[in-house]
Design a protein around this ligand. Structure first.
Ligand SMILES: [Zn+2]
Length: 133
């Protein structure tokens, strides 16, 4: 996992740097909203491969399994709490909780590594697609 992550680091760092924090709202782009309240979280154009894939499946130490997608940015999410290195799914990146910026439901995590930027991992069941322009 570590080797794969290192191989991807520059790729996802470039994507984060290029995309900034603006949601590209062009017609036809799939937007992704909070399943609980409908708040706009990010868009499919922000999806970025981490460790060679967009879709991930992982289990935390408490035994909860999550299916999630990785995004360069998720401007509709609030990142809360301190960054933890323990039990990171993408070492050496540290993780923080990400929640909906409107209703505060837990919707994923933000991973970040020193001098390499970061990315969001958003739980698939917390996202609903909105392809209306
Ligand atoms: Zn919400």
């Amino acid at each position: 996992m570590l080797d794969a992550f290192d191989n991807q680091r520059h790729e996802w760092f470039d994507a984060v740097a290029a995309d900034g924090t603006e949601i590209d709202d062009d017609a036809g782009r799939v937007r992704l909203r909070c399943a609980a309240c409908g708040h706009l979280l990010t868009s499919a154009s922000q999806a970025v491969e981490i460790a060679g894939r967009l879709h991930h499946h992982a289990t935390n130490p408490a035994g909860f399994s999550f299916r999630f997608q990785t995004f360069a940015a998720a401007p509709g999410c609030d990142v809360v709490g301190t960054a933890h290195a323990e039990h990171s799914w993408f070492p050496p990146a540290r993780w923080q909780l990400a929640q909906c910026g409107a209703c505060a439901v837990h919707c994923g995590w933000r991973f970040s590594a020193p001098a390499a930027g970061g990315f969001f991992a958003l739980i698939e069941q917390c996202l609903v697609e909105d392809d209306e322009s």
